[in-house]
Each structure stands twice: as C-alpha cells, then as structure tokens.
Design a protein around this ligand. Structure first.
Ligand SMILES: [Zn+2]
Ligand SMILES: [Zn+2]
Length: 133
C-alpha cells in the first residue's frame, strides 16, 4: 500500500528536533519498502514522513563492514561507486521493535538501521535544514 508522505512544510521550519529514542519521533506507524522504485518510506508517530532512495539508504549502512570497526575504516569510507545490484533494495525486514534490516541486490544484509538512525538522518528539507542549522 502506498504511503502518503507528509509535505515537508507541514510543521514549518520551527519543528522541534526528534525526541529521544522511544518517543513518537522515532516510532514508525508505517514502513513501506517499494522494490520497484527502490524507495523506503516511513511515517512516524509524530506525523513526520521520511523517504529514502536506495542509494541514500545504502550509504547510511551502519554495519561493521561498511562503517569499519575498532578504529579501522569501513568500505563506505573509501567513497565507493555503487553498482546497480548494490543499490537494489530486495527486501526489508523488521528487527525486533527498534530497527529494520534491508537486503541488497549484492546479498549484503548485515546493516541494522535503528529507527533513531533513520529519523536522525531523514533527508527531507525540514530535517536537512535543522541539521545544518
Ligand atoms: Zn553494510
Ligand atoms: Zn524529515
């Protein structure tokens, strides 16, 4: 079922920052992964709407391979150019009550994206403005 995104200006630029984990800002009401367009749309309990395109989502991957661990750089630190399979959203599954796990066309599926991360990195205009301000 398609998700109706909240217009970016629905709450105005004065929207407060997301609440701490567990608040409505990091509680998804609906999550919709569209494999055809490669987008992930989330509607949050506070009414905000977040839409990720596949490449933006892949670049956020928080797993040890992509991000590095123990002080070592990860794969994403080399600023790789993604191949088509690497930004192909194959599946998205829920991890408990706190995260989602996408599966990518190249088989990569070790990234647990917490709801807090997904909300914090929301690429919409309102959130981008808030982060840069
Ligand atoms: Zn990863
Ligand atoms: Zn946003």
């Amino acid at each position: 079922m398609p998700v109706m995104p909240t217009p970016p200006d629905a709450r105005g630029p004065a929207a407060p920052p997301p609440e701490a984990a567990g608040g409505p800002a990091t509680r998804p009401l609906r999550i919709h992964a569209d494999r055809a367009t490669g987008t992930l749309a989330i509607v949050w309990a506070d009414g905000h709407g977040t839409t990720y395109d596949a490449e933006t989502l892949r670049r956020l991957c928080p797993c040890a391979y992509c991000r590095g661990e123990a002080g070592l750089p990860g794969w994403l630190d080399s600023n790789p150019t993604f191949g088509p399979a690497q930004v192909q959203l194959v599946d998205v599954s829920l991890v408990g009550q706190y995260a989602i796990k996408p599966t990518w066309g190249d088989g990569h599926d070790t990234g647990f994206y917490t709801f807090a991360l997904l909300r914090e990195a929301c690429p919409c205009e309102v959130c981008s403005t808030r982060r840069s301000g």
